[in-house]
Ligand binder design. Structure first.
Ligand SMILES: [Fe+2]
Ligand SMILES: [Fe+2]
Length: 190
């Protein structure tokens, strides 16, 4: 909750770390399919469900609020910002497409592997590029706005809600996804 820009930015950066982790998992499953092995479709489905209920519904609107503030307060730092809305809309569309692919497969419809691989890879690439742009450019501009003394967002619309996977409580529907993430993290620390 809140309208403190520095806190919001810290949350946005933490979200990116979590999304990066999920994109790695997604890429791993897409690679399996590409190599002709079986993929864990349930895992892919859970990842994409998470993407629609948190990044699309909470993370991106939070960024939109912060960027809108920047545009009002610091037009001098707002060059090229309009592309963000396009990116967020495209990402939601690509995510929905992939989610529908997996829906069809789980419902027993035959779908060519290369369609899923292509949709998954496109999604991974697009979201990675987008986050990278934000981290090395847009978030830095927000840092500058905060540094110069603009610390609170005036707009009162608040889209905040807890992260159902990485938040204080894991929602039951995401229990399996949470376990997969833990296993991946454990394996990487071995
Ligand atoms: Fe974004
Ligand atoms: Fe972002």
């Amino acid at each position: 909750m809140g309208n403190n820009v520095a806190e919001m930015l810290a949350e946005l950066r933490a979200d990116h770390k979590n999304m990066t982790l999920l994109l790695n998992l997604l890429e791993q499953e897409a690679n399996r399919l590409y190599e002709g092995q079986d993929a864990d479709y349930e895992l892919v489905y859970d990842i994409m469900r998470y993407m629609t209920v948190y990044p699309d519904a909470v993370h991106h609107p939070k960024e939109d609020r912060v960027y809108a503030e920047l545009k009002i307060v610091r037009p001098d730092l707002s060059k090229g910002l309009d592309r963000v809305l396009v990116d967020h809309r495209d990402l939601a569309k690509l995510g929905m497409k992939l989610r529908n692919d997996i829906d069809s497969i789980m419902a027993g419809t035959a779908l060519r592997r290369n369609v899923i691989v292509a949709d998954a890879m496109r999604y991974v690439q697009r979201l990675r590029d987008h986050m990278h742009w934000e981290e090395r450019d847009l978030f830095v501009r927000i840092d500058e706005m905060v540094h110069d003394g603009h610390r609170l967002i005036v707009d009162s619309v608040d889209h905040d809600s807890e992260d159902p996977v990485f938040g204080p409580e894991v929602e039951e529907q995401f229990g399996k996804l949470f376990k997969s993430i833990q296993q991946t993290l454990d394996a990487s620390h071995m």
